[in-house]
Design a binder for this molecule. Structure first.
Ligand code: TRP
Length: 452
């Protein structure tokens, strides 16, 4: 049994939102919207959140809360208790491995936010032209030592917070950074929507053009629904395991998902108006935030100040997410071995740091190494975790919660719902969500099998 608990329901919600809101919302969401043509993609993404994300989030929290254990032991215990197959434990293991892999590239990108925070603080891009700003980012990626420095600093911060545990570490940092995050985001949106490009940005985000949607876009939207809600690897499960009995899980899940979605849309509204005002291309991909945005900011009034705010926002959003990726892995090692929390955190953090080094070398020394369909190490890890492992984990989690937990025990009290709402959740978690995941996954693997 886990011996740690959240101090209050409010801190839990804040921590879960902290986990959900991260690089996924501020860096990834805007650029994948850009790459996939705007409004129609946003719509598909919202559907994925509603039909798959929310039911799986509820499933994950209810498993954690019932078991009060790390993802591996949770599946072990509950499948024993309810006489279900041992094969479910596989999903616990997949989750923990996925955690290792995600944090190793997450930390590298979070490191870029440290670099840009420091350069904006020193006004180091002042008087640079567009070419120089672009060169700056490619110079950074070409410099393994610089990337290593920031990646190491970010991992160090994350490790130090996690070693201190839930109440002394995670809660403290969350209560500090989350209010800042909301305030900064609102300031940035107000600043951005006053720029001349804002009506173009609204059009771009909210007017769907379905000709831009293909299978790859749908797979990206589904994968991102998992990534942005921190689903499929047991992060929310572990946060749920620190809940006290009697907390209504469904209402909280819906609120968490709503805030996360709102933040992603607000991030879009903070970025795209600047991009359009400056006449830049919204579909520039991962460098949208690190080349296009600085370019736009530098030509605007108070650009330096808003640049500092922007990259500080990115940093704290990344930090409150990174701790939630490390926590389940540490929790699993701590509960499965006799290692103390301190030692487990440094050990796990160290291994992740090392995989991270391979990830950052993908941009320079090891750029020739190609793993999945001609992608470098970094892109392969991102693709493997976001588009394959997280949906697979979510598939298992929702089936387990519905067909094992819900059918063999009474979880309605724990969910805090009854009647029709319960039936809707069950229908989604037991059939619709797993079906959507399976169809989209099959379409990705065997495109000719599924006719759309
Ligand atoms: N949701 C976070 C983001 O959008 C990332 C994240 C945190 C995550 N914990 C996770 C992703 C667990 C997958 C699984 O940036």
């Amino acid at each position: 049994m886990s011996n740690q608990h959240w101090s209050s329901r409010y801190v839990f919600v804040l921590a879960a939102i902290g986990s959900a809101v991260g690089l996924g919302n501020i860096w990834k969401f805007p650029y994948i919207v850009g790459e996939n043509g705007g409004g129609a993609f946003v719509l598909v993404y919202l559907l994925c959140i509603a039909l798959v994300g929310i039911p799986v989030l509820i499933a994950e929290l209810v498993i954690g809360k019932t078991a009060q254990l790390n993802p591996i032991s949770a599946f072990e215990n509950l499948s024993g208790q309810f006489r279900a197959s041992r094969f479910w434990v596989l999903f616990g293991y997949i989750g923990v491995i996925t955690g290792f892999l995600i944090l190793s590239f997450y930390s590298v990108v979070a490191g870029w936010s440290l670099e840009y925070l420091s350069v904006f603080l020193q006004n180091g891009l002042l008087n640079s032209d567009a070419k120089a700003v672009e060169q700056y980012f490619s110079n950074l990626l070409d410099n393994p030592l610089q990337l290593l420095l920031w990646h190491s600093m970010f991992m160090l911060l994350t490790i130090i917070i996690v070693t201190r545990g839930i109440k002394q570490g995670i809660e403290k940092i969350i209560s500090l950074v989350m209010p800042m995050l909301f305030v900064i985001l609102v300031i940035l949106v107000i600043y951005a929507i006053q720029q001349p490009g804002s009506s173009q940005a609204f059009d771009y985000l909210f007017t769907p053009d379905f000709s831009k949607i293909d299978t790859e876009a749908i797979l990206t939207a589904l994968g991102h629904a998992f990534f942005t809600l921190s689903l499929g690897m047991g992060a929310m499960m572990v946060y749920g395991s620190y809940l006290i009995k009697g907390t209504p899980v469904v209402r909280l899940s819906i609120n968490i998902a709503l805030v996360d979605t709102l933040v992603a849309l607000l991030a879009g509204l903070a970025i795209f108006p600047l991009i359009f005002t400056h006449g830049l291309d919204p579909s520039s991909g991962p460098s949208l935030l690190f080349i296009s945005l600085p370019n736009a900011l530098l030509s605007l009034p108070f650009g330096q100040f808003f640049g500092i705010l922007f990259f500080f926002l990115l940093l704290i959003a990344a930090l409150s997410s990174a701790i939630s990726i490390l926590e389940p892995v540490v929790c699993a090692i701590e509960q499965k071995t006799t290692l103390k929390r301190n030692i487990s955190t440094w050990f796990v953090g160290g291994v992740i740091w090392m995989i991270g080094v391979a990830t950052l070398l993908a941009f320079n020394e090891w750029s020739d190494i190609r793993l999945i369909s001609d992608k470098n190490i970094f892109d392969s890890l991102d693709y493997l975790t976001t588009n394959i492992l997280l949906p697979l984990g979510g598939f298992g989690i929702s089936l387990f919660a519905a067909w094992v937990l819900a059918t063999k025990s009474n979880i309605r009290v724990s969910l805090g719902i009854d009647g029709i709402t319960y039936k809707v959740w069950f229908l989604l978690a037991a059939t619709i969500a797993p079906l959507i995941i399976a169809v989209i996954a099959l379409k990705g693997i065997f495109p000719e099998w599924i006719p759309f």
